[in-house]
Design a protein around this ligand. Structure first.
Ligand SMILES: [Zn+2]
Length: 416
């Protein structure tokens, strides 16, 4: 931590950019105490880490992490502190909110809004992320979670690998969809990974933008984002995944394969409406082909043209599969309003656009066209490609990001 009380009860912060020997000597000669638990703290100033305070290893303090803070965390907090102060905002370091018993790394206020900045360099359990987010919101404070380091594990040609930590830190905003904001103290740059779209449970396509903290101003703007919603790569991965599944999948334990074969289907001749990329498909760890095939099989395969089906019914089915462990959902602790139900809803909107259904109301759909199964692999590939070409055309009309709408601006409130 970078703040403490001295013997006289005065608040000391180690926010200076430079420490000379004299200053370190003077700091060493004093005693320091945690502002919250009042335990005695250790002042540390070594060669590697920047000067900071820390609790003793056996500390009972629950409000400050007793784990040693990383250089990235200490340094990042300092950079961000100076960044917000230089923009003329009121910034408090390691600010404690007693009502909700939470401590924000930085607490930033402008004329109309308060922001709790959480600079997160290591994984935190989802339940804690959720609890802290709710806590801030309950006080009308906007939580902004910033990842320490790069917002991905590794990247290759616009394709990014995300760890579970990254997934847990995703938030959603207008124009930029699912996104991750990070600050890398080593390069002093902000990174924004936007329009995150899953290709597989760990791999996503997304747009990466970055800007140096030294030239950034508020509202924090990034250059224009060209949405890259070309689904060609997605389709390639889907085909590869299916190949692999059929070749190596276990017929006794693999529910998806069992469902395919026991219903008399050929895995390579599935109706083309199974396995489509839809918005919010990230809410399932399971592949879209798995959950969409289940919905097709159990909910509307035997439905006659003119018959009706409700989303409520479909959701109940999906819920039951989740309970049985046949399908695995993913939650976003910072965005409690998005769930797998959004993905199911988007799937039905897409089926409606493809004229398989007509929408009779918010929740009610009428079967409008018989679902056909391809009779040869050539036909399957042709149908699939026709659909994907149409999906690509649809998303190629790029929406340019409204520049005025970004972090800490006026139209700034996260959509959730
Ligand atoms: Zn303490």
């Amino acid at each position: 931590m970078l703040s403490a009380l001295n013997k006289e009860g005065k608040h000391i912060t180690l926010i200076q950019s430079f420490f000379n020997k004299d200053l370190i000597g003077r700091l060493r000669s004093d005693d320091y105490f945690c502002p919250l638990c009042k335990e005695r703290l250790i002042f540390k100033a070594g060669n590697i880490r920047i000067p900071h305070f820390s609790h003793r290893r056996d500390s009972a303090c629950t409000t400050f992490e007793t784990e040693p803070e990383s250089l990235q965390h200490l340094q990042g907090k300092k950079y961000l502190f100076h960044f917000f102060s230089n923009q003329g905002l009121n910034v408090s370091l390691e600010y404690y909110l007693p009502d909700i018993k939470q401590r924000a790394d930085l607490f930033v206020q402008n004329q109309s809004q308060s922001f709790a900045i959480e600079y997160q360099c290591s994984p935190l359990p989802k339940s804690l992320l959720e609890k802290r987010t709710k806590g801030y919101k309950s006080k009308g404070i906007i939580p902004i979670w910033i990842i320490g380091g790069k917002p991905f594990q590794k990247s290759q040609k616009g394709v990014f690998h995300l760890s579970e930590f990254h997934w847990s830190m995703i938030s959603e905003r207008q124009y930029i969809g699912l996104n991750l904001l990070s600050f890398d103290s080593e390069s002093s740059r902000f990174y924004l990974l936007s329009n995150i779209t899953s290709i597989s449970p760990k791999i996503v396509s997304a747009t990466l933008l970055s800007r140096s903290i030294t030239t950034a101003t508020l509202p924090l703007k990034f250059p224009y984002i060209n949405k890259n919603n070309n689904h060609t790569l997605w389709l390639q991965h889907k085909r590869k995944w299916l190949q692999h599944k059929v070749q190596y999948g276990n017929l006794v334990h693999d529910h998806f394969l069992k469902a395919i074969y026991s219903s008399g289907h050929n895995p390579f001749l599935l109706p083309p409406l199974c396995g489509l990329p839809v918005q919010h498909m990230e809410c399932f760890y399971s592949y879209p082909l798995e959950w969409q095939f289940m919905i097709y099989l159990e909910c509307f395969r035997k439905l006659q043209v003119g018959s009706r089906i409700s989303l409520k019914y479909v959701n109940q089915k999906v819920q039951a599969w989740i309970k049985e462990g046949l399908i695995v959902p993913r939650t976003f602790p910072l965005e409690q309003n998005i769930s797998w139900r959004n993905a199911v809803e988007k799937y039905f909107s897409l089926l409606t656009e493809m004229e398989y259904f007509s929408n009779l109301g918010e929740d009610l759909f009428e079967m409008a066209k018989q679902v056909k199964t391809p009779s040869s692999t050539e036909e399957a590939i042709h149908w699939e490609e026709t659909i994907f070409n149409r999906l690509n055309d649809k998303s190629s009309c790029n929406e340019e990001m409204d520049e005025s709408c970004f972090f800490f601006g006026t139209a700034q409130v996260p959509i959730a």
